[in-house]
Write a protein that binds this ligand. Structure first.
Ligand SMILES: Cc1cc2nc3c(=O)[nH]c(=O)nc-3n(C[C@H](O)[C@H](O)[C@H](O)COP(=O)(O)OP(=O)(O)OC[C@H]3O[C@@H](n4cnc5c(N)ncnc54)[C@H](O)[C@@H]3O)c2cc1C
Length: 551
């Protein structure tokens, strides 16, 4: 048997590539297998969320995303119309990507970078690390595991040769129909069919000149029956993704029906070229478990959600960042036996939260009731359009303003964080209340030298000393050294950071989440170190009691 690869990643979509990249960035050896050659048949994701952009900042990829061919001067409005050449019902205005500024809570902003542009960036990043091997045209065929190893049976699709890959750990990033998930015996719960949707990518360089609505990112098309289609500027230039939304259980559309639908959505007969057609089922599912033994699932393999909101890939990349440092810790020998289990206890609730919000967004988009007067050129028709436009514009803001979804998730009751007895700010999808409460993303503050606090976190644990006496940090650093936990001490004389972080000592994990904070050294530094490395038995009563005593 060949010597086992430390981590075998199955699937080279954005989540597998992000995991390979982050592991490589940490110097961990991994092998990624992907059945395709990496070409994107039809780009799905195009919103790279603000948290993902913060990870890109850590990985040095922001310039590459900004240099992607998606034009940065196309306005990103969402427009609600009866057709592109028909009535405009409402509009949410957004600047072009080149004009949008980061919000105060982050050094980054969300970006528009469709999958056929973003995957190659992640691929080049992963491939840039000598410890990462990417093996395309290689398919997982079956999978077994024992106490020490996982063994993947794979097929080289170029030659048909089958061979085995032994691995210490396996990460299933193989998408919604995950063979890894099935092989691990993990079920999914929820709704397997919310809608049947047909996505059509068509090329029409002069589409904007056919109507009076101007540049926009997305058109939502409403008819007398309610919302029935969307058109998205998928490359911002000449290609458009037209999605026809139909109820669950409805049959696939014929090409004649697709052409008729395109003409109806645009509002006139015009020339275009259909590039791809992809019927797909919109789901609302979360895996019952994220781990079985040495196998893990993440990304769409672990959660399948409606794209309404643009959470799918971004949630999956969050999974990858959470799992990566924990696998590194195990392979480097400083993790406790509970560290890998914390992946599921932290990420599954986030998956369930995001899946649920994506479905709420879908329900909002489909909420308009049938109205036979909508297209009438009469006072009744005008009133119907005005009312629908007003109500729809208001309700759709839930989907467009989602800072809280991307930045406000937290690992409440995480077995590897040390609660401090403070209460959590509301988990509001629309806004993010920055806090350094344990379990939350360590918040962004600009430092005097122009860096963000986020630039301080990453490879090791970071102990921030905020106007703290270095002797207070010493016991924790020494306990970390005793347990071989990599930890850097960063003293800062920055009142704004102390103002937001609220404690003089704040311990931030390699993934940028807060593990612990206090004004003094912990009474039992080894107990704290054992908790954050997953080596302590979880005793919630005593955590709460200690937190209450120190509050
Ligand atoms: C219309 C639409 C728009 C979307 N927009 C957004 C958006 O704006 N933002 C966002 O965050 N998300 C969006 N999503 C969701 C996003 O596309 C997915 O969440 C994301 O692609 C999931 O990434 P993944 O790597 O987990 O899985 P996938 O992208 O599905 O990748 C899985 C990979 O595994 C490979 N694979 C599968 N089985 C095997 C095997 N046996 N052996 C080897 N390889 C295998 C596949 O070939 C594939 O490359 C959208 C989805 C849709 C449908």
């Amino acid at each position: 048997m060949d010597s086992p690869v430390p981590v075998l990643i199955v699937g080279g979509g954005p989540v597998g590539l992000a995991l390979a990249g982050d592991l490589g960035w940490r110097g961990v050896r991994c092998l990624l297998i992907e059945q395709s050659d990496g070409s994107i048949y039809q780009p799905r994701q195009d919103l790279v969320g603000i948290r993902t952009m913060e990870f890109c900042r850590r990985w040095g990829l922001v310039a590459a995303v900004e240099a992607a061919p998606y034009p940065r001067d196309v306005r990103q409005d969402n427009v609600y119309v009866t057709s592109l050449a028909g009535y405009e019902l409402g509009r949410e205005r957004f600047p072009a990507m080149g004009d949008e500024k980061p919000p105060p809570v982050s050094p980054q902003k969300r970006e528009r970078c469709p999958q056929n542009m973003f995957d190659p960036i992640l691929r080049a990043f992963a491939a840039s690390h000598p410890s990462v091997e990417l093996r395309y045209r290689t398919r997982l065929v079956s999978l077994t595991q024992d106490a020490d190893h996982v063994t993947a049976e794979v097929e080289d699709l170029a030659t048909g040769r089958r061979y085995s890959i032994p691995a210490r750990y396996l990460a299933g990033c193989d998408g919604a129909r995950s063979l890894v998930r099935e092989s691990l015996g993990i079920g999914m719960s929820g709704n397997p069919a919310l809608t049947h949707t047909t996505n059509v990518i068509f090329r029409c360089p002069h589409l904007v000149s056919l109507h009076d609505k101007g540049d926009a990112y997305r058109f939502i098309i409403l008819g007398p029956e309610g919302t029935w289609a969307t058109i998205v500027a998928i490359n911002g230039r000449d290609q458009w993704r037209f999605s026809i939304i139909r109820g669950p259980g409805q049959r696939e559309l014929t090409m004649d029906e697709i052409h008729a639908a395109i003409w109806r959505a645009v509002g006139l007969d015009f020339d275009y070229e259909i590039l791809t057609v992809l019927p797909w089922v919109r789901r609302e599912l979360v895996a019952d478990h994220y781990r079985n033994g040495r196998g893990f699932i993440l990304g769409d393999a672990a959660h399948a959600m409606s794209p309404t909101g643009g959470f799918g890939m971004n949630t999956g990349i969050g999974d990858a960042v959470d799992l990566s440092w924990k696998l590194a810790a195990v392979l480097e020998g400083w993790a406790g036996p509970g560290l890998l289990d914390s992946f599921a206890s932290e990420r599954r609730p986030v998956g369930a939260r995001n899946v649920a919000e994506a479905s709420r967004n879908l329900a909002r988009m489909l909420s308009p009731k049938p109205d036979a007067t909508l297209l009438d050129d009469t006072p009744d028709g005008a009133r119907a359009r005005e009312r629908l436009g007003r109500e729809f514009s208001e309700i759709m803001r839930h989907e467009w303003f989602t800072l809280g979804m991307h930045l406000g998730y937290r690992y409440e009751n995480s077995p590897i964080c040390w609660a401090d007895g403070t209460s959590a700010p509301p988990d509001d999808p629309r806004t993010c209340v920055p806090t350094a409460r344990p379990g939350h993303r360590a918040p962004h503050v600009w430092l005097a030298d122009g860096r963000s606090t986020l630039d301080l976190f990453g490879r090791a644990f970071t102990l921030l000393g905020l106007d703290a006496d270095p002797s207070d940090a010493a016991p924790l650093l020494s306990a970390a050294g005793e347990r071989k936990v990599p930890m850097q001490f960063v003293p800062l004389d920055e009142p704004d950071v102390l103002g937001l972080y609220q404690r003089k000592l704040v311990l931030v994990r390699p993934d940028g989440h807060v593990a612990w904070r206090d004004d003094r050294a912990p009474a039992d530094p080894l107990a704290l170190i054992d908790r954050i490395r997953g080596a302590a038995a979880v005793d919630r009563d005593s955590i709460s009691a200690r937190a209450a005593a120190s509050a």
